[in-house]
Design a protein around this ligand. Structure first.
Ligand code: ZN
Length: 298
């Protein structure tokens, strides 16, 4: 018997999709990622509506750019507290126990319930009876990526900087809890608000923009931002957080009372420290410093 016919005769038919279990969580859960939002940008913005959700913590991302950071977040591992004198496995175990409060689960969930997939949407959908949704701003997280697994819906938003458009599309069923991942892009370079004319955005290269190349003589690549430009960029990120605070006010009014919300960032951002700008291939503590706020809507 050839290999292919052996495979055909012995392979099991695809299993029927399992019916979704009865809901095991009492809370809707929103995980909101302010892309690239550095801890001290949020602190400087002092967003009073957002800060009503809970106390602001400085935490550290496991990764310095968007894709691995979101994979880690969707494994259920939120930015960490960098605890000393503790084994990583013990920290992970404690972190997963936090989901009992976030989800309001009837039966306690532990790390073992994530096995073997190690993916929060899988646990939420197939074991806890949640509907699972993602709305993302950054194309690197688009629906064709590996991240889109066990989501009932997963959308790349038409614009990279419009959290209000996401809030408009949130739907909550009365008899089944929902999980939403929202990847918010206003805080990502170029830190543009939805009503800002794109021709006025700062640009790393190109002929348009308020921060267009000043030195036209170079030929060996794009010149780096000067310190005034870097400070303007930092102020733009702070301003983006101030704007988003109004969107959070709307969000908190709109969601059902039994909604738990975590707001954090996938990584930080460099505005000239150590000679760096942005995030990604950067070894600097500011690229890992992120804000962390969570709480239940009451
Ligand atoms: Zn990012």
């Amino acid at each position: 018997m050839g290999l292919l016919s052996w495979w055909r005769s012995s392979a099991n038919p695809l299993p029927e999709p399992a019916p979704r279990p009865e809901p095991q969580g009492q809370n809707h859960y929103l995980l909101i990622i302010l892309d690239s939002c550095r801890f001290d940008s949020l602190l400087a913005a002092n967003p009073k509506h957002l800060l009503k959700l809970g106390s602001l913590e400085k935490r550290w991302s496991y990764a310095s750019w968007t894709a691995p950071a979101h994979y880690n977040l969707l494994m259920g591992l939120l930015p960490h507290t960098s605890p000393t004198h503790v084994f990583a496995s013990e920290h992970y175990k404690q972190e997963y126990l936090r989901y009992n409060e976030r989800l309001g689960t009837r039966q306690p969930i532990e790390f073992k319930h994530l096995l073997p997939h190690l993916y929060l949407p899988t646990l939420l959908k197939h074991q806890l009876g949640y509907t699972t949704h993602a709305m993302v701003s950054l194309p690197v997280l688009n629906p064709s990526t590996l991240l889109n697994r066990d989501f009932d819906s997963y959308r790349l938003m038409p614009r990279h900087n419009d959290m209000a458009a996401m809030v408009e599309q949130l739907r909550f069923e009365p008899d089944r809890p929902s999980f939403y991942l929202l990847n918010v892009g206003e805080t990502h370079y170029p830190y543009a608000l939805p009503d800002e004319d794109p021709s006025l955005w700062p640009r790393i290269s190109g002929v348009n923009g308020v921060l267009k190349r000043l030195d036209e003589g170079e030929e060996a690549g794009i010149p780096f931002f000067n310190s005034a430009q870097l400070e303007e960029l930092r102020q733009r990120q702070i301003e983006a957080v101030r704007y988003l605070d109004g969107v959070f006010e709307q969000l908190f009014d709109l969601v059902p009372k039994n909604t738990y919300i975590t707001v954090t960032a996938d990584h930080g951002e460099l505005f000239g420290e150590g000679g760096y700008f942005g995030h990604g291939p950067i070894q600097h503590e500011k690229v890992l410093e992120v804000p962390f706020i969570e709480g239940k809507i009451r």
